[in-house]
Design a binder for this molecule. Structure first.
Ligand code: GLU
Length: 509
């Protein structure tokens, strides 16, 4: 296998939006492929038309693109192993179902859904679970129990049938999973899964194995929920005579809820206030909206960094990794077996890091649409100064507005507590005199404003503390913000003076 080019695939079913766990699976596949100079494919597994959700495939592709996980082959991109949507590969699967039927690895079953449902209920009443398999298949309506002629007649008359895989009896399927090590399954506990249906559609299992073979996939890297399908897949490769070229398996650990037990579910995000999906998703049936990392203001770099460390670690203290940096250090051997707990606070922390990494220019660009929405027009110079001042206080672009709105709009109200404590009888007079001093300042910069202010205060013998608070209140409306003289500089002389006068007037009322 070592001489084969590494080829891996991300194979989602378009049954809804891609969950964070799905993105992580795609990411690990991508990293593994890139590290080994291999190919990363996207294959859409849409054999179950009943579960098809409109818009899901587009959502998956847009999510991968947003994350920078560009695939080398797949829908829209092409490739010589296409098509990459299973529904478009439909005619291809029949020969393999036939091969399995001929070799005795599979059989026709004619039991109706009603009959099977009845058996399920009967078993349930006895506290048992019905399973179509070794114990029961000899008593059911299939090509193992019916005569050859009867089977042919039924097939000819167009009766609905399914093809089931014939699980061998009491056989140990031993597989060396790259992440989990040796895993053994005994076939006695496995049922005879449907692999193909009368309408010519294969089910997930057959389509998945056939396609991985035809697409020359070398490694199947997927979520833990597929571990239980591994023995069937291993046996399918064996039955189809593809054992020597079949892929190796690596089952990724679950992503767990931030608190409590169990796997992270799409409802957890709403309950605990963080997104579970990469992009916003509106359920086409119910209209229900789910938050997305992108729309909630996360940078794709932060999201990818966060995903990479869910179940994998570099074996060093390093925590920040770009996608490019992950490629050489990633290995499946460093993926853990146990589930990894998702920490929404850490997600914000990562975003803060990437936010701080951005230049003022980049942040200003990202801030512009928000300003536009607020109806604010501002010069490039002022915008850059504002961003420089408040950057340190933010972790999301949306917070830039919360931290800096007073630079763009005059305070509508003034903090009542500060007024009560700090706005004294002499305050308006003092501030008016200070405005007079400001009028004379020629070079309106933080240092010159401060100098003029301090000289004046000293000459008057006024208490700095007593003046600074009401002064800030006039400009900001509250007790927040960076250095006051920097605020004056950015607002400009005229605006500073006019805000002081406006506040004196309003607070007096
Ligand atoms: N279609 C499966 C899914 O939705 C793929 C599992 C696999 O990778 O084999 O996740």
């Amino acid at each position: 296998m070592t001489d084969r080019k590494v080829r891996v695939r991300f194979a989602p079913s378009p049954t809804g939006p891609l969950h964070m766990g799905g993105v992580r699976t795609a990411l690990f596949n991508y990293l593994f492929a890139k590290k080994h100079g291999g190919d990363f494919l996207l294959r859409i597994e849409d054999t179950d038309q009943n579960r098809f959700v409109p818009g899901a495939e587009e959502y998956i592709i847009e999510s991968l693109n947003w994350c920078g996980l560009h695939f080398d082959e797949g829908p829209g991109v092409g490739g010589k192993y296409g098509p990459y949507r299973q529904s478009e590969r439909k005619p291809l699967y029949k020969q393999y179902a036939d091969q399995l039927l001929e070799s005795g690895w599979a059989y026709y079953a004619f039991d109706t859904p009603e009959e099977l449902e009845k058996l399920r209920l009967e078993a349930e009443q006895k506290g048992e679970v019905f399973s179509y398999g070794i114990q029961t298949r000899g008593t059911l309506c299939n090509s193992l129990t019916l005569s050859k002629e009867e089977v042919l007649t039924r097939l000819k008359s167009g009766e609905h049938f399914v093809v089931r895989f014939r699980m061998p009896e009491n056989t140990n399927v031993i597989e060396n999973d790259i992440i989990r090590g040796e895993v053994t399954f005994n076939t006695s506990v496995l049922d005879d899964k449907v692999i193909y249906k009368w309408d010519g559609m294969p089910t997930y299992h057959l389509a998945n194995v056939v396609d991985d073979h035809l697409m020359e996939i070398t490694h199947v890297i997927r979520g833990e929920e597929w571990l239980s399908s591994m023995p069937l897949h291993v046996l399918l490769y064996r039955a189809l005579g593809w054992e020597n070229t079949r892929p190796r398996f690596a089952h990724l650990p679950l992503i767990l809820k931030p608190v409590g037990k169990g796997k992270l579910s799409k409802r957890d995000g709403d309950k605990m206030g963080f997104p579970v999906f990469p992009l916003k998703w509106i359920d086409p049936e119910t209209g229900e909206t789910f938050h997305g990392y992108r729309e909630d203001g996360y940078f794709p770099e932060a999201f990818i960094n966060l995903m990479a460390l869910l179940g994998w670690n570099p074996g060093t203290e390093q925590e920040f990794f770009s996608l490019k940096e992950l490629v050489p250090v990633f290995s499946l051997e460093r993926v853990v077996k146990s589930g990894s707990r998702f920490d929404p606070e850490k997600a914000k922390w990562f975003n803060r890091h990437y936010f701080q990494q951005k230049t003022e220019q980049e942040l200003a660009e990202l801030f512009k649409p928000i300003l536009q929405e607020k109806g604010v027009s501002v010069s490039e110079t002022k915008l850059l100064k504002v961003v420089t001042e408040v950057k340190e206080r933010c972790q999301f672009v949306s917070e830039l507005w919360d931290q800096s709105s007073y630079f763009f709009v005059i305070p509508e109200s003034y903090d009542a507590k500060t007024i009560e404590k700090r706005w004294l009888a002499e305050t308006p007079g003092q501030l008016t005199e200070i405005c007079g001093v400001f009028e004379t300042v020629e070079n309106w910069e933080q240092s010159t404003i401060k100098e003029a202010f301090s000289n004046f205060m000293n000459s008057k013998g006024w208490n700095f503390g007593a003046v600074m608070n009401p002064f800030r209140l006039c400009l900001v409306g509250g007790n927040v913000g960076p250095d006051l003289f920097k605020i004056c500089e950015i607002l400009g002389k005229e605006e500073t003076i006019s805000r002081i006068n406006a506040a004196i007037e309003k607070i007096a009322k």
